[in-house]
Design a protein around this ligand. Structure first.
Ligand SMILES: *Cc1c(COP(=O)(O)O)cnc(C)c1O
Length: 388
């Protein structure tokens, strides 16, 4: 994009997100297209899975067509049945809960922390009953939940921990890669995430007891993967499952991105730091709250957000920014008050989740937001805050 044109013709010059295309991705897609194997589980799928295993020490990785798919696989693997309860944060994407509700679970929603939109670890143990089967955690903005505390509660009550690490690629808790700590982990490679393939995702299996069944569920309920490894001489329908494999075209695109993960993260962290430094004075004088990163968590800069103290201030901020040519956006709406779930919720009020629904705003953050465009965006944010 040329900056000269950018400032004159287009009213929204700085979008919220711009998916980053790499030439290597395009080259690999072309290779996959002529390779004779375009369906799933081919050479590029294997390369992506190996790269993720090697880089992060994951036990087993299966690419999926979305994080939602990977979460659905988790619900099947956890053998969720009607009557089971699953604890999940209310302030999250729909499918962190929906994947389990489809299997018949009742979701018991937990509040967010006061200092961070992630799940309130203190609340989790209080919500455990004899019907609880699993805890779904979300590492909001790629910032780790306090995993030691969650794993201790899960161990004490025999619960399965699913890390919805959709935003948490290449992020850590006490140096351990996220997605690799719970029994199961899921990633998203949707175009809004740090590393993307348009739509895409992955399931990480950390607990040996789920390894074989995960492969079967992944391959439409068949033992096709074992057949291709020569472990059985024909493959058959052996369990439940679905069509969770992305095509090789998707895997090829993703591989180009994964190869560049460190460079992509570095640029995003640099943008994040520019925002943080520029906006710290506004936090110091109480105008907004900036992201809090606990000592045990790393920052993969999947998002830069600010929290106002009222919905009116946030609305003013978003409206004014749009007039100036930037497109900030708000984020989740609490799931416990959603049209689909409000009648099924147990009536507890979740003050922090509701506050983030009303008061949190995300600023533009994408690889190409740099130089003049980043200066322009930061200028718009400061001008708008100065008006408030
Ligand atoms: C993006 C996101 C999802 C959904 O990912 P898809 O790949 O679009 O299915 C789920 N959970 C969280 C926390 C997300 O941020």
């Amino acid at each position: 994009m040329q900056t000269a044109r950018l400032f004159s013709e287009n009213p929204v010059t700085i979008p919220f997100n711009k998916p980053y295309n790499l030439e290597t991705s395009l080259k690999y897609v072309a290779q996959a297209a002529v390779s004779g194997h375009l369906s799933g589980n081919g050479a590029f799928t294997a390369k992506c899975q190996k790269l993720l295993r090697d880089a992060y020490g994951f036990r087993a990785v299966m690419l999926t067509t979305s994080c939602t798919d990977a979460l659905e696989m988790c619900a099947m693997l956890a053998d969720i049945k009607p009557g089971d309860e699953v604890i999940a944060p209310s302030y999250t994407f729909v499918t962190s809960a929906l994947a389990f509700v489809r299997q018949g679970a009742s979701v018991v929603f937990a509040d967010s922390r006061a200092d961070h939109p992630g799940i309130d670890e203190d609340a989790v143990e209080r919500l455990v009953t004899e019907r609880t089967k699993a805890i779904v955690l979300v590492h909001y903005a790629g910032v780790a939940c306090d995993m030691d505390r969650i794993m201790r509660v899960a161990g004490k009550h025999g619960l399965i921990v699913v890390e919805d690490a959709a935003m948490a690629v290449d992020s850590t808790y006490k140096g351990k890669p996220l997605g690799g700590i719970g029994h199961l982990g899921t990633f998203s490679f949707h175009e809004t995430k740090n590393i993307h393939s348009g739509e895409g995702g992955a399931l990480v299996v950390n607990d040996e007891r789920f390894a074989r069944r995960a492969e079967i569920i992944w391959e439409k309920g068949t033992n096709r993967a074992e057949f291709f490894r020569g472990e059985v001489n024909k493959y058959n329908w052996v369990d439940t499952g679905s069509s969770f494999l992305p095509s090789e075209l998707t895997a090829a695109y993703l591989y180009g991105q994964l190869e560049q993960v460190k460079a992509i993260q570095k640029r995003r962290v640099d943008i994040w730091k520019r925002y943080y430094e520029a906006l710290s004075p506004y936090q110091d004088r109480g105008a907004v709250r900036l992201p809090h990163i606990p000592k045990y968590a790393s920052n993969n800069a999947s998002m830069f957000y600010m929290v106002f103290d009222s919905i009116d201030k946030r609305s003013f901020f978003i409206r004014t920014m749009k007039e100036k040519g930037c497109a900030p956006v708000f984020h989740y709406l609490s799931l416990h008050t959603s049209p689909f779930y409000k009648d099924k919720h147990d009536g507890r009020t979740l003050v922090n989740a509701d506050r983030y629904s009303d008061c949190l705003v995300r600023l533009p953050l994408y690889y190409e937001l740099w130089g003049e465009e980043l200066d322009f965006t930061i200028g718009c944010v400061k001008d708008t805050l100065d008006m408030m």
